[in-house]
Design a protein around this ligand. Structure first.
Ligand SMILES: O=C[C@H](O)COP(=O)(O)O
Length: 248
């Protein structure tokens, strides 16, 4: 049985003070949930959030990391640096990183491997653009991204990580893929994992949907057979919305 996982991706939002205020507001509200609850915050907030959630079931994630161990990479953060803060998750290959920061399937793969080596769970993002969807290339794109992103991992590693299917046209636009469409693509990603690894691995890997998930549509999305969670941007910024998402 796959444990549901709702992760908020705050992107470039909130100061430390705002982050701590948010955490205080949600702590009690998510205390009794069986849903894995993750806040993916900017680097500057991670240490304080981790401290603030230490007696709770809330997990903390970063939004990116570098694949090299260390070196002359101005502005970058390594896996060891995240591990030192006891970060649980790291988003890798978000479409905004692919679009604005030259993230490629190859760097995604290197980052996934490095995160796993440090026992940080990657949330690896895949998803097609509007043009690709209109050209009916959705499956081709997600297959390619999934295969390249997961290349060279062990069965155990793939079983432990999280994949997020985020159609780019649905991110921050208010447009959501229908829950059936999202489920179909996610079931297809599971097939790709099955072909690459095994049926058991494909049944164990958790796959989220992301793209304009909000309190009003989360239940329908979560009720789909292959969707194990949501990666939420805009609606994760307000404490009341986020608690509603986790308690869907
Ligand atoms: O990582 C989250 C996704 O980019 C979705 O963002 P959104 O919920 O604002 O559409």
């Amino acid at each position: 049985m796959r444990k549901p996982i709702i992760a908020g991706n705050w992107k470039m939002h909130k100061t430390i003070a705002e982050a701590l205020e948010f955490v205080e507001k949600i702590k009690a509200e998510v205390a009794g949930t069986d849903v894995e609850t993750v806040i993916c915050a900017p680097f500057t907030q991670l240490k304080d959030i981790k401290q603030a959630v230490k007696d709770t079931n809330i997990k903390v994630g970063a939004q990116n990391m570098h694949y090299e161990e260390k070196g002359a990479f101005t502005g970058e953060i390594s896996a060891a640096m995240l591990k030192e803060l006891m970060v649980d998750y790291v988003i890798i290959g978000h479409s905004e990183r692919r679009q604005y920061f030259n993230e490629t399937d190859e760097t995604v793969n290197k980052k996934v491997k490095k995160a796993l080596a440090y026992d940080i769970t990657p949330i690896m993002c895949v998803g097609e653009s509007l043009e690709e969807r209109e050209a009916e290339k959705t499956k081709e794109i997600v297959k390619d991204q999934t295969m390249k992103g997961l290349e060279g991992l062990t069965n155990e590693q793939v079983s432990s990580l999280v994949i997020a299917y985020e159609p780019i046209w649905a991110i921050g636009t208010g447009k959501t893929a229908s829950s059936q469409d999202a489920n179909e693509v996610i079931a297809y990603i599971r097939e790709v994992v099955k072909d690459m690894y095994s049926e058991e691995v494909s049944e164990e890997v958790r796959i989220q949907y992301g793209g304009s998930v909000k309190p009003s549509n989360v239940e329908e999305i979560m009720n789909e057979s292959d969707i194990d969670g949501a990666l939420v941007g805009g609606a994760s910024l307000e404490a009341s919305d986020f608690t509603a998402l986790v308690n869907f």
